[in-house]
Design a protein around this ligand. Structure first.
Ligand code: PEP
Ligand code: MG
Length: 562
């Protein structure tokens, strides 16, 4: 008998495979727990040394089999596991009568605290120590190690949610699909799945019941998981496997009638930008500058900033690069800008609002962007996140002018900005809609909460009405219509991309891996067709109805398995 679970499909694809569950996080042992009855300190020390060696050996073996970033992460963790100082201080604690688990826990805590106090690169290593500690305790307890499970056969990874650290070692050749019971369409799991091109479903409540070895069908298009799939599911998976491969993106986004829709990339570093340029992106529509400095406790220096931004500009000489100023707060805290004691961080001092709370950082960032732009051939545009009023837009444009930046813009992420789009846009040169935040604020649904994933869907007609209001506002600026782009995850959904263009969006910015799919589907409609399809979405009563009505008009989605 098959069993069906429903969630939100966030990355297309249909596969069948065995489940491997993400292990439960390792819980802390009791503080200073004594040696187990009848076990001597020598025996306990030997057990600890053995566990440590086993962890180091396992990590080394995995590092040898991995490549790229994953190999580097595993090698660094293996080194940390073989570190003699950690074992020595834990052994000392065992000698005073503490059990191995508590001893390694306490010893690693002390090392991590020392590293964190050193700041910079050393502080980042504190997480590695805590990771190694969890692995050693898992080994001592005889339970699976934390992190992505190891398996000889490809598997469907099931988890409650995935943290950025978990996904660093995720090997797309081993993982067939991702299924989480929590997390929303804008969660880290969703973003990483799209960037790796893996089918994924989030907020699939009930999938916590799936166990290792269960065979499941995962439909990232419909958002369903079936335990014990039958012939219908096998046929769907086979049809997906034999889909027509997507043509490579040729570097020009356009509709069937030749109407141009530049397809840009979202990047967070120079390395991302190089990859995006190689994938044919026509520029950068969103440089998330906070991603360059996420692990920092202190404001990056001007030199560090100039170097980070220049690396992106260099990858896109002659093309447009939209730099977003630091978007700190809520899910992206930066200790030098944000107050972590706010009761509602998503509604708090975040994005552009931090300029009032911590004056100076934004002006210094704009100066660094201007210095990096100077001498570069990239066409640098600069925008601020979380703008809520025309006055804020005007103030930001003033700051850009002072820094010598020619093309200021704003992100439209808050309903007030969408509703006041004409006044807002007339203060600046362009607007870019952040559909991830616009959706969370329109629907009053935290983008990180899996329980609200159905509300947190950019196909919600209310969100689409605000996208239209923003485009209409930009077009209504007297004498000089302002272009409106989209740089939220919505732009990476090929069916939604058609709707956005039909609503009046001029450019779409997305993860580079989404470029071929979006380009291929845009080419199948002309502008009047896209406008008609957008009308269907606007007229729908729910996100599902909008998605269904639009997908029915775009048969090539099935041809390409999107
Ligand atoms: C958005 O909100 O859509 C956006 C692009 O910004 P971020 O996801 O970084 O908040
Ligand atoms: Mg945002």
């Amino acid at each position: 008998m098959s069993e069906r679970f429903t969630g939100v499909g966030v990355s297309a694809g249909r596969v069948i495979g065995p489940v491997r569950r993400m292990p439960e996080p390792i819980t802390a042992p009791a503080d200073g727990a004594p040696l187990p009855a009848g076990v001597s300190a020598e025996e306990e020390s030997a057990r600890l040394a053995e566990a440590t060696q086993a962890v180091a050996a396992g990590l080394k073996e995995r590092a040898a089999a991995a490549t790229g970033d994953a190999a580097a992460v595993l090698k660094a963790t293996a080194l940390m596991a073989s570190d003699r100082t950690l074992l020595k201080s834990a052994t000392k604690l065992v000698a005073t009568g503490t059990c191995a688990e508590s001893a390694i826990w306490e010893a690693a805590d002390a090392v991590a605290t020392q590293l964190a106090a050193l700041g910079g690169y050393m502080a980042e290593r504190a997480t590695d120590v805590l990771d190694v500690r969890a692995r050693i305790v898992a080994q001592l307890r005889g339970v699976p190690a934390p992190g992505i499970p190891d398996s000889d056969e490809p598997f469907v990874l099931c988890a409650v949610d995935l943290a950025p650290a978990d996904t660093a070692t995720l090997d797309p050749a081993r993982v067939l699909a991702l299924v989480t019971s929590d997390g929303g369409p804008q969660s880290h799991t969703a973003i990483i799945a799209r960037s790796l091109g893996l089918p994924a479903i989030v907020a699939a409540r009930g999938t916590v019941a799936l166990a290792d070895g269960d065979v499941v069908f995962v439909d990232g298009i419909d958002g369903t998981v079936v335990r014990g799939p039958g012939s219908a599911e096998s046929a769907l998976a086979e049809a997906y496997a034999s889909r027509v491969p997507l043509p490579e993106f040729d570097g020009t986004g356009r509709l069937a009638d030749g109407h141009r829709v530049p397809l840009l990339a979202n990047v967070g570093s120079g390395a991302d930008a190089v990859e995006a340029a190689a994938a044919g992106a026509q520029g950068v529509g969103l440089l998330r500058t906070e991603f360059c400095f996420l692990s920092r406790d202190t404001e990056p220096t001007r030199e560090e900033q100039v170097e980070a931004y220049r690396a992106v500009f260099d990858a896109f000489g002659g093309a447009k690069v939209v730099v977003r100023t630091l978007d700190a707060g809520a899910d992206k805290p930066l200790p030098f800008l944000t107050d972590d004691s706010e009761p509602n961080p998503a509604l708090g001092v975040r994005g552009y609002r931090t300029d009032a709370a911590v004056p100076g950082v934004l002006a210094r960032q704009l100066a660094a962007i201007a210095e990096a732009a100077d001498g570069s051939t990239a066409e640098v545009w600069t925008m601020a996140p979380m703008i809520s009023t025309p006055a804020e837009a005007a103030a930001f444009a003033g700051m850009c002018a002072e820094a010598g930046l020619k093309t200021p813009g704003v992100m439209v992420e808050v309903p007030s900005a969408a509703l006041m789009a004409r006044q807002l846009a007339s203060e600046v040169d362009f607007a870019s809609i952040g559909t991830n935040d616009l959706t969370q604020y329109t629907m009053a649904a935290d983008r990180q909460l899996g329980a609200l994933a159905e509300l947190n869907d950019p196909w919600q007609p209310a969100v689409l009405h605000l996208v239209k209001a923003t485009c209409d506002g930009g077009a209504a600026v007297q004498g000089d219509p302002r272009p409106v782009g989209v740089c939220g995850e919505a732009a990476a959904d090929p069916a939604l991309a058609v709707v956005l263009v039909g609503l009046g969006v001029a450019t779409l910015s997305m993860n580079r891996r989404a470029l071929p799919a979006v380009a291929a589907i845009l080419k199948t409609v002309d502008l009047p067709g896209a406008q008609r399809i957008a009308g269907l979405a606007l007229g729908a009563g729910s996100a599902d109805e909008a998605r269904g009505a639009v997908r029915a008009e775009l048969p090539e989605l099935d041809v390409f398995g999107l």
